[in-house]
Design a protein around this ligand. Structure first.
Ligand code: FAD
Length: 289
């Protein structure tokens, strides 16, 4: 099923998870306990990340997505990055994805990495969307950034580029993680003013380890609100306390988003079923009210 149809037809909030493929072959079966728990929570779809090039892990993304569909009967979304690949390589990935019966891709540029040369066929996600749209039957999703992409020169060009991505065929947008909902609300309003009318789903990552939070903030440029910085200052050295505080913070973010009226929640699970379960237990009686 196409993810755009899930958003159109469900008449409820859409719950989705993101997972990543294990690095080693023999770990693919170890992801089963995670998937067992994630599937119990009945997400509307699960997206699977894709390497930005330089690794051979990307076929594992497709294998894992196929497993999600065939074994767990949950709709998968395969992330697909363009920057490090040629048109021929993208054609091969697209064929493998379609042959696996997968109908949805999240079309991405991929991060610029000095160790992975870019191939110039797909400089931006919009190039990938423009290429795939007339050649394939995928429902295409795109990424968006409530606090603007770290490389963005200004907010106006960010909005302009996002609108271009949607005009070329992105039917659903998934957001980068953020810790301050006011950024998401301002971004969503600007996107609507810019004429972007597709579902925009906020991405939430429960931040449960102080070291991981710093890494995430450095990579994606999300601003840590003072309220959250205080949590790290107080509980950062105590794993159990940081877990509890990080989960409560994420749950508060989700409840605020749901009560304000978002299309759904995309949860970055970090392949941690305990995190997904804690969140789902916390919102099970409110997600569809
Ligand atoms: P783009 O949409 O191309 O945007 C990148 C920057 O270029 C933006 O500032 C944009 O405004 C600008 N831009 C766009 N078009 C133009 C243009 N025509 N002219 C000038 N500037 C332009 N990375 C992975 O490697 N694997 C993953 O699985 C993965 N999953 C992700 C999932 C989500 C939900 C998100 C939010 C990110 C994910 N990423 C992943 C990270 C992503 O690859 C990086 O953030 C990357 O730097 C940008 O990708 P994009 O598709 O948003 O790029």
């Amino acid at each position: 099923m196409k993810i755009s149809d899930i958003y159109k037809n469900k008449g409820k909030k859409i719950l989705s998870f993101e997972i990543f493929p294990p690095k080693k072959d023999d770990e693919l079966k170890n992801i089963e306990p995670t998937l067992d728990i994630l599937s119990e929570l009945k997400p509307d779809y699960i997206s699977v990340t894709f390497g930005a090039g330089g690794s051979s892990n990307n076929n594992k993304t497709i294998d894992l997505a196929r497993k999600i569909k065939e074994v767990y009967h949950i709709e998968p979304v395969v992330h697909l990055t363009g920057l490090a690949y040629s048109k021929q390589e993208i054609d091969e990935f697209a064929k493998a994805i379609a042959d696996a019966g997968i109908e949805n891709i999240l079309a991405l540029r991929g991060d610029i990495n000095p160790n992975v040369p870019s191939k110039n066929d797909f400089r931006y996600a919009s190039d990938l969307i423009e290429y795939l749209k007339p050649r394939t039957d995928f429902c295409i999703l795109g990424a968006c950034y409530p606090e603007d992409h770290p490389e963005s020169p200004n907010h106006v060009s960010e909005m302009h580029n996002l609108k271009h991505k949607v005009d070329l065929g992105a039917e659903v947008l998934l957001s980068q993680l953020f810790f301050d909902n006011s950024h998401f609300y301002a971004f969503e309003e600007d996107a609507r003013i810019a004429g972007i009318d597709v579902p925009i789903t906020p991405g939430i990552m429960p931040a449960i380890k102080a070291s991981q939070i710093q890494r995430m903030v450095n990579t994606c440029g999300a601003v840590l609100p003072e309220k959250f910085q205080k949590i790290i200052d107080k509980y950062g050295d105590n794993d159990e306390a940081m877990y509890d505080a990080g989960m409560v913070y994420a749950l508060n973010q989700i409840v605020d988003l749901l009560t304000t009226g978002v299309d759904g929640i995309h949860l970055y699970t970090m392949n941690n079923p305990k995190v997904a379960r804690t969140i789902c237990d916390g919102i099970k009686n409110i997600i569809n009210v």
